[in-house]
Write a protein that binds this ligand. Structure first.
Ligand code: 13P
Ligand code: SF4
Length: 302
């Protein structure tokens, strides 16, 4: 076995550590990960674990979320430059301005946001539970930050709820066009088209299935179809090809690559775990306030 992998595995035991990995990570990281999945699944695991150290193979907001809900644990992000372009589209001041412009309306924040933004919101959501979370508020209007595409997708799924969105997006998913989907359908008429709701709503509406990374993987698991067009980051298509060699997976575009997600390497995981570096820290007041909106989400989405 590769010595880096062996060393990481033995350090995990020695230090009572776990590794959480998002499905967009470099695929070799799965060899050392305890759990691989979407944002909701990983935040549930971060909350449940009895490990003393969590190494988060993902992007900054994911590791920060783990620290918010498990403050007694040491949370390490192997590469501190692994940010999220969408989360960086709204800062604390912009959040306050958006609320001031739209007063007295419940505020939902997508988990792809900073702790400072979360601390000003009522409830958090992920791509797998956004519809359920907005529905749970029972309000005719909600504010939704930062992903306008996901917010508008949620609105399309709920009768009589107005979702007022902040103008953020994931540039990787926002780039997909209706023409891309139409071309793929023409080329692969038998394929099922599986789309992440960070795509534009007019694109998402063309999918046979719309859901989070784990939702897409689950759909394939339960499907007897043999061919799929994958409309999310390429890590999902790579894992599906590995796990279902008898099925065919077409990635909608080779541009579906989240560069931040690919910054983490096995060597960096080893380095951060061995030396316990790149620890996530938070102001305790911000942590407590942002914990409220995540805990509230975890109660709705068990
Ligand atoms: P998931 O909720 O599917 O993990 O999506 C997170 C993300 O960043 C997608 O771009
Ligand atoms: Fe952020 Fe987009 Fe990367 Fe997801 S794919 S982590 S939303 S930049």
């Amino acid at each position: 076995m590769n010595s880096t992998i062996e060393r990481i595995k033995s350090l995990k035991k020695e230090k009572n550590a776990i590794i959480l990995a998002h499905s967009y990570q470099n695929i070799e990281i799965d060899k050392v990960a305890d759990f691989v999945g979407d944002s909701l699944y990983l935040s549930q695991k971060a909350k449940e674990t009895e490990a003393e150290i969590i190494v988060f193979a993902g992007v900054y907001f994911m590791a920060q979320t783990a620290k918010i809900i498990s403050p007694e644990k040491k949370v390490l992000l192997p590469n501190l430059n692994a940010g999220c372009l969408m989360a960086d589209m709204i800062n604390s001041r912009q959040m306050a301005e958006f609320k001031a412009k739209n007063p007295n309306i419940p505020v939902v924040c997508y988990i792809n946001s900073t702790a400072e933004v979360k601390s000003q919101c009522d409830i958090c959501c992920t791509s797998s539970n956004a519809v359920e979370i907005v529905r749970s508020l029972n309000s005719p209007k909600v504010l939704f930050v930062p992903d306008a595409n996901l917010g508008k997708y949620v609105e399309s799924q709920l009768n009589g709820v107005e979702v007022i969105t902040y103008e953020g997006c994931c540039p990787v998913h926002d780039d997909v066009t209706i023409k891309n989907i139409d071309d793929a359908r023409a080329k692969y008429p038998k394929a099922k088209v599986l789309i992440h709701p960070e795509c534009r709503p007019e694109v998402s509406s063309k999918g046979d299935y719309i859901g989070s990374t784990s939702g897409i993987i689950e759909y394939v698991k339960n499907s007897s179809d043999k061919q799929f067009v994958i409309v999310t980051e390429k890590g999902v298509a790579e894992r599906l090809r590995r796990d279902y060699p008898d099925k065919e997976f077409v990635l909608i575009s080779e541009k579906m690559l989240c560069e931040s997600m690919k910054l983490t390497t096995l060597d960096e995981i080893l380095n951060s775990l061995e030396n316990e570096i790149n620890e996530i820290t938070l102001d305790e007041d911000v942590r407590k306030r942002s914990a409220n909106c995540i805990e509230r989400m975890l109660k709705v989405s068990k």
